[in-house]
Design a protein around this ligand. Sequence first.
Ligand code: ZN
Length: 658
Amino acid sequence: MNDKQILSHMNELIDQITHHNYNYYSLDTPTISDAEWDKLYDELMNLEKISGTVLSNSPTKRVGGDILTGFKKHTHKINLYSLNKCTNFKELEEWVNDIKEKVSDAKFSLEHKYDGLTISLTYKNGKLLTAATRGNGSIGENVTEQVKTIKTVPLKIDFEGELIVQGEGIMSLSNLKKYNKTATDPLKNARNAVAGAIRNLDPKVTATRNLDVIVYTISYIEGKNFVSQQEEYEFLKQNRFLVAKEFNLYSDFKSIKKQVELIGKNKGELDILTDGVVLKLNDIAERTDLGYTAKFPRWAIAYKFAAEELSTKLKDVVWQVGRTGKITPIAILEPVELAGATVRRATLNNYGDILRKQIKTHSYVFVRRSNEVIPEILGVARLTPQSTDIQKPIHCPSCGSILVEDGANLFCRNFYDCEEQIKDRITHFASRDAMNIEGLSGKTVEAMYEKLRVKSVSDLYQLTKEELLKLEGFKDKKATKIIKAIEISKTPEFNKFIYSLGISGIGTKASKDLAKKFKNLNNLMFATKEELLSLHDVGTIMADNIIEFFKNPVSDWLINDLKFSGIVIKEEEETGHSKALWGKKIVLTGTLENFGRKELTEMLEKMGANVTSTVSKNTDFIVAGENAGSKLTKAKELNVKVYTEKEFIEKLKELKSK
Ligand SMILES: [Zn+2]
């Protein structure tokens, strides 16, 4: 090949790779295999090597070039506007109505407002010329080399005139998680991660962060007029920009509100930080008529959701001892409103976590709280002159014992004499998944410990109603109820008993597995490490913890005390069921008259069956109740045996008598 041929072939390869990259990164629908892609890419690299030329739009530039010495200023050709904001539906409705008064048949586009870093991209002759940050709206920073590494930013587009588009640089939450898994310096949050990656002088760093740019508007286009936002959206898509997945138009406030609420409700499941929505008037000619205020366009508005992540002052750190003796640091915060609740405390996991995140007292920290999750501290936002290191505690905050370090955690090893540990252990023992003593809250346990000298779980079984009546707030009814609940708890299932012992690392799932394997307490107490490790989900640490627990003479006393108190464990074999359904694959469908779905599932599982939710040719039989639908049809299609509920009860009787 001569130089001209090489160049033309390089251009062809760039076109092909660009096309496949768009399908892969922006549309998420790859059209060739990774190996085929590698082949094209290697060929291009090879030609670049032979010719000594790398075209400006070559995808090989994605890996990032040389480290820059500083950022150059970039003056925006068209100022980047900011948006009018509102935080409640009343304001939003007023805005919508106001526009509708001025514009007949007004339609609005509704987009997610992504939380990242605003980027402006300029193209000329179909090539990416510059990328710049927003800066103050009129002057930003030139970050072209950094942005070129972002795979969803097209280096080459079909449109040949000058084009300036605006988008949001983002780091998806899954990429953030993936990155932090191996990072020596974990990133605090997705928003900061983007800014840190794009405003980094080393484009190779930007490349490692796997960012995206979602383009949402055209700031300037040469020789072309769009009628609507929708037309802009289609144009952007055709030119291979990453755009929001959906584009919808709304005309009345009611449906706008419904959609905004839906997005707000589901935003926690999105892979991209979303802090609100943007509403824009669709018709571009009407926009020109409405114009701008000194600060923002009159034809668009951002609706912001209540924050889930904010920075606040960390005032102090207190240390808590849990039932296993593990010491957990709790951050005391200047109260902040997060996702509809006031947050005053947040967990810091362990001392290692504090060091890793470099948290100091009297510093501002990022706090995140999403639905139903314990507030968590992500990292330091900024330090103050008063910021001081958090001291590693030496003594247990409850009993004063010297703490022992084990990995990233600190432990109080005063297992049988540390007040907080004991109280937490009793609370755990009584909890629903353990012995299920109804009405025995942490607060009651605390009162029992202090007033009634309940110092061990076995002491619960010596309590009398008269004693309980001495506690504050206890009347006859409440005391009777608790005494009864304690009595009922005396015949636990084996797996629940294992869980109630509170052995470090042994949760409900492991407890069930252990019960199934060892059948009774004696077998478990004398289990060897090999036997324990033969269970799929039991690892070395768990096995060691179990052995350690039963080796301790105090555990022996505890178990003897419990037996002496009248505890009779229902051993696995004594559950009254045969294993007549061992290995059978069963599907339940429709409404059953005589059983709860969960109850029947549990019963069948005890008989060794495997209850699944989909019918396949491997299904042994299905039990079809009233109004059975598609599963019944499928079973008939596949010739799977079908029992009515009545027939099944007959079969059960037969099996049980065996
Ligand atoms: Zn202690």
